[in-house]
Design a protein around this ligand. Structure first.
Ligand code: HQG
Length: 180
């Protein structure tokens, strides 16, 4: 029996990274017909259960189109899609959670997007803490977002509130001291 978490992980995999794994094709904006997805999944899933999972996803990872026909991941893709996000004005600072072992490289080349479309940032420290804790003991980096905007960098915000940018050069990063 698959848990909602197992299903969510699998949907993240096929809607962000490897749609070909189950023989589906995402359109340019990352959408696929829900009927196509459900019949391609290697386990049974009914539409109401999928809708519930999308509604209750802790990070609101997926979106269903307004006509109810299609689904996509809100962010985090490595396959090429155009989410159609408009550039947004970020708060003064944003946060990024990482771990100690990446710091030398981050301080040398800044935050890089790797295989994803963007570097992922959050507006609050708690989220960055959780993101960093996925890999060990979180280190929180503060990103001088408004300074970056002043210098010509652009920011986007996904439908589920993740702040995205192409690259954060090292001079815009400072380390948040651990809280007592
Ligand atoms: C690190 C989850 C060395 C970066 C989360 C991170 C997030 C560098 C890792 C979303 C580096 C990339 C994304 C550099 C960055 N040298 N390491 N120059 N620049 N890094 O998973 O931000 O559950 O691609 O610090 O909640 O950890 O999938 O990015 O540790 O929103 O919905 O390289 O994934 O959301 O890792 O996480 P990731 P991330 P979901």
């Amino acid at each position: 029996m698959k848990t909602d978490k197992d299903i969510s992980r699998f949907l993240s995999l096929v809607l962000r990274h490897e749609p070909g794994k189950i023989g589906i094709v995402l359109d340019n904006q990352g959408w696929v017909a829900i009927d196509t997805l459900l019949s391609a999944l290697p386990f049974p899933l009914e539409r109401p259960a999928l809708e519930k999972l999308v509604r209750e996803s802790d990070k609101q990872r997926f979106a269903i189109s307004s006509d109810g026909a299609m689904i996509r991941a809100n962010q985090g893709h490595s396959v090429s899609v155009d989410l159609g996000l408009a550039a947004s004005d970020p708060p003064e600072v944003l946060y990024h959670g990482t771990v100690e072992k990446f710091l030398p490289s981050i301080l040398a080349e800044g935050l890089v997007k790797g295989s994803r479309h963007h570097v992922h940032l959050s507006a609050n420290i708690e989220t960055a803490q959780k993101v960093g804790d996925r890999r060990g003991s979180a280190i929180i980096l503060v990103v001088a977002a408004q300074q970056m905007v002043a210098d010509g960098h652009r920011f986007f915000v996904s439908d589920n509130g993740v702040w995205l940018t192409e690259h954060v050069p090292a001079p815009y990063l400072t380390r948040l001291p651990p809280s007592a």
